[in-house]
Design a protein around this ligand. Structure first.
Ligand SMILES: NC(=O)c1ccc[n+]([C@@H]2O[C@H](COP(=O)([O-])OP(=O)(O)OC[C@H]3O[C@@H](n4cnc5c(N)ncnc54)[C@H](O)[C@@H]3O)[C@@H](O)[C@H]2O)c1
Length: 315
C-alpha cells in the first residue's frame, strides 16, 4: 500500500474538524496534518500534528508540503455564501487564489490526490429548481457561486492538462453539532438546534417554506471519503459531483424538532439571505455520483434531528 501523508487546509472549520478526525482514523494520526489560519480547534487538540498556515501564502504552503512529505491535500479554506455577499472581493480572492496555489503545488510536487469542495451555490435562478441535474444551465448569482463554478473548471483543467487527480463534491447545506458553521445561507438549520435547546424558540432568517438541499455531516464525511477512495477510472466528472440527501423547509425541521421539544416555537424574519436561498435549487439529482462511486445517503430528516438533539448537549 502506498504511504499517504495528508494535509487538511481549513481544518478548524465546520467540515475540517470532522474530516480531519475521520482521515486520522484511516491514515493514522501522525499522517494527517491539520492546518488553518485560526488556532487549532479544541476537538483536534492532541489528536495529531497541527500547523498554522495561510493558503494565500504559496511559498509557505509549498515549504510545508515538501517538509512534511505531503501526498494529498484537502482544501477546505473558503469564504462562504452569506459572508461572501458582504465582501465579494475577499471571497473571490481567497476562493480562487487559494485553489490555484494548491493546484499549482499539486502539479509541481506530483501529489497523488487533491480534494476541493464546490457547492450547490453554483446553480442559479435559471437552473431547474427540482432534482437539479449534474449537467444543466449554471448561471450563479452570488460571488460565492461564481467562485465555485470557476473553481470547478480550474479543477477540470488541471486534471485534463496536467493529470492532477483532483476530486470534488457540490455539497448542499451541511448540518453538524461538533463545530459551528462558517457563514453560509443554510446555517439556520444548525442554529435552530442550538436555540431550540437553549431558548425553546428560534427566529429564522429564511421564510417558512424555503426548501433547500441539505445533508447531515456524517453523510458528507462518508461521501467525501468514498469519492476520494474510488478508483480514478470510475470517475466521469472532474468538475464537481452533485450529491443529495435531504430537502426540507424551516417549517418542516421546526415540526420535527417539536416532536422532541413540544414547547419549541419558531418565528420568521427573512433577511438578505432569503434572496440567496431563492436563487438555489430545492433538490438535487445525484444519479451520476450514485452510478460512478456508489453514493447513497443514510440520514433522513427524522434520524438526523434525533441524532442532533441527542449529541449537541454533550458538546
Ligand atoms: N458548510 C457547508 O454547508 C458547505 C456547503 C457547501 C460547500 N462548503 C464548502 O466546504 C468547504 C469548507 O466549508 P466549512 O463550512 O468547513 O467552512 P468554515 O468557514 O467553517 O471553515 C473554513 C476554514 O478555513 C479557514 N481559513 C480561512 N481563510 C484561510 C486561509 N487564508 N488559510 C488557511 N485557512 C483559512 C478558516 O479559519 C476556517 O477554519 C468550503 O470550501 C465551503 O465552500 C461548505
Amino acid at each position: 500500500m502506498v504511504k499517504e501523508k495528508v494535509l487538511v487546509i481549513g481544518a478548524s472549520g465546520q467540515i475540517g474538524v470532522e474530516l480531519t478526525l475521520a482521515l486520522r482514523r484511516i491514515y493514522g494520526n501522525a499522517n494527517v496534518v491539520a492546518s488553518d489560519l485560526r488556532e487549532e480547534n479544541e476537538l483536534l487538540k492532541g489528536s495529531g500534528p497541527y500547523v498554522s498556515l495561510d493558503v494565500m501564502n504559496k511559498e509557505m504552503l509549498h515549504v510545508q508540503v515538501i517538509r512534511q512529505n505531503i501526498t494529498q491535500i484537502y482544501l477546505l479554506a473558503a469564504i462562504l455564501s452569506a459572508t461572501g455577499e458582504k465582501n465579494p472581493n475577499l471571497a473571490w480572492h481567497l476562493n480562487m487564489q487559494g485553489l490555484l496555489n494548491v493546484l499549482d503545488i499539486a502539479r509541481e510536487e506530483k501529489l497523488h490526490k487533491v480534494y476541493w469542495p464546490s457547492s450547490i451555490a453554483v446553480f442559479g435562478p435559471t437552473s431547474p429548481r427540482q432534482e437539479c441535474p449534474q449537467r444543466t444551465i449554471i448561471e450563479p448569482s452570488t460571488v460565492y457561486g461564481i467562485s465555485k463554478y470557476a473553481g470547478e473548471f480550474w479543477c477540470n483543467y488541471f486534471f485534463e492538462r496536467y493529470g492532477v487527480d483532483v476530486r470534488s463534491i457540490r455539497y448542499p447545506g451541511l448540518i453538524s453539532y461538533k463545530s459551528a458553521p462558517g457563514g453560509g445561507t443554510t446555517d439556520y438549520a444548525v442554529e435552530i438546534f442550538h436555540e431550540a435547546l437553549d431558548e425553546n424558540n428560534y427566529t429564522c432568517f429564511l421564510k417558512e417554506d424555503t426548501y433547500l438541499p441539505m445533508m447531515y455531516m456524517p453523510d458528507a464525511i462518508r461521501a467525501t471519503i468514498q469519492l476520494m477512495e474510488a478508483p480514478a477510472k470510475n470517475l466521469t466528472v472532474r468538475t464537481s459531483y452533485n450529491v443529495s440527501a435531504l430537502s426540507f423547509s424551516p417549517k418542516e425541521i421546526a415540526a420535527e424538532i417539536k416532536k422532541h421539544i413540544p414547547e419549541f416555537t419558531i418565528r420568521y424574519q427573512p433577511d438578505y439571505r432569503q434572496h440567496i436561498a431563492d436563487s438555489w435549487p430545492q433538490s438535487i439529482d445525484d444519479s451520476v455520483a450514485r452510478e460512478d462511486w456508489g453514493w447513497k445517503p443514510e440520514y433522513d430528516l427524522s434520524r438526523m434531528t434525533a441524532d442532533m438533539l441527542q449529541n449537541l448537549p454533550k458538546q
